[in-house]
Design a protein around this ligand. Structure first.
Ligand SMILES: NC(=O)c1ccc[n+]([C@@H]2O[C@H](COP(=O)([O-])OP(=O)(O)OC[C@H]3O[C@@H](n4cnc5c(N)ncnc54)[C@H](O)[C@@H]3O)[C@@H](O)[C@H]2O)c1
Length: 311
């Protein structure tokens, strides 16, 4: 079975590719390397260095005839989306519409879309399940929300075979500090370099999920040809201060953080419900936060500093 992974050279994408290769899928990538890197990839994987909005993208479908598409390519920075909503819209919404239409045209069996917990906005209740109302608070969240709606309408018109995965805060090796769970990589990078860390508030909570668990969920989604919307999350609420304490333990470095006020507009509490995916995919988050941080700290402690500064 052949899988086309967009954004496969990025943080989550490179782990998805490894997971698929380890389970004997044939994998091809599309990535324009805007934030991704060839360093993240196994040499054996075929990559088309295209933008998902390029005309050539149809050539990839025509030539490769993928059975499945896992669409991860995106503009992932909330701040960048606020500074340039048009760029965000073009990549995240227009790019997704292009891919879903090609997936339908070339009879792709299952289209997996990487959405985000950001679509829920300020929680009305916790833990947030898939029926929670949607309320975008950033252009990034709005682009994911709109892309979801396009996918749902394509499915309603042309036959439903799409699966929307709403990731909580994903962390792990190779993460770019600008991403949604960038706080983990920012803290670890600073501490392993002996630098001070800044703490904005600290009492706010998030649901951190290890990237290998996310990669497994993507594989299970295509293996089961699942459809519908699923939260991919740990279901565990962790404060940023609690996170930092665990990172101190894993790095063996303790530094009193420089406290700053919580950023304006930041959500105070967030944790998602993963019972739907657990029962449908037989998936659960295998890695505890401690285990995930252990592997992540090991990665940042061993990767060369020249490589880290490039990311
Ligand atoms: N990291 C998280 O915590 C998190 C949480 C929720 C959702 N997501 C979603 O997961 C997906 C992967 O995110 P990530 O954290 O791995 O980010 P990332 O920046 O590491 O990966 C994105 C990849 O897409 C590529 N890309 C970007 N624009 C492209 C374009 N126009 N054409 C082709 N390739 C393009 C980049 O080069 C990169 O390799 C994204 O869709 C993101 O919105 C991530």
């Amino acid at each position: 079975m052949k899988v086309l992974v967009t954004g496969g050279a990025g943080f989550i994408g490179s782990h998805v590719v490894e997971e698929l290769v380890n389970h004997h899928f044939e994998v091809v990538l599309v990535d324009n390397l805007v934030t991704g890197s060839l360093d993240n990839l196994l040499n054996t994987v075929k990559i088309y260095q295209f933008d998902i909005n390029d005309q050539e993208i149809e050539y990839v479908f025509e030539r490769e005839r993928p059975d499945y598409v896992i669409h991860l390519a995106a503009q992932v920075s909330v701040t960048a989306s606020m500074n340039n909503p048009f760029f965000d819209l073009q990549t995240n919404m227009v790019g997704t519409v292009k891919l879903i239409s090609l997936a339908k045209k070339y009879n792709v069996k299952n289209f997996i879309f990487a959405s985000s917990a950001a679509v829920y906005g300020e929680p009305a209740y916790l833990p947030i399940d898939e029926n929670h109302r949607l309320h975008a608070l950033s252009f990034y969240a709005l682009s994911k929300y709109s892309a979801e709606k396009y996918i749902e309408l394509y499915d309603a018109i042309y036959g439903g075979n799409s699966c929307i995965l709403r990731f909580s805060n994903v962390y792990g090796p190779r993460q770019n500090a600008d991403g949604e769970a960038g706080v983990v990589s920012i803290f670890i990078r600073k501490l392993v370099r002996g630098e001070n860390v800044e703490m904005f508030g600290g009492y706010q909570t998030r649901d951190f999920i290890y990237v290998k668990d996310v990669a497994k969920a993507c594989r299970l989604a295509i293996e089961g040809e699942h459809k519908g919307i699923y939260n991919i999350c740990s279901g565990i609420e962790t404060s940023i201060e609690g996170l930092l304490t665990q990172i101190f333990e894993e790095t063996g470095v303790t530094k009193i953080p420089v406290y700053q006020p919580i950023r304006v507009g930041e959500i105070e509490r967030s944790v998602l419900d993963n019972s739907k995916v657990s029962s449908s995919f037989d998936w659960f988050s295998h890695y505890s936060l401690q285990e995930g941080l252990h592997e992540t700290v090991h990665y940042y402690s061993t990767v060369s500093s020249s490589k880290l500064s490039m990311k």
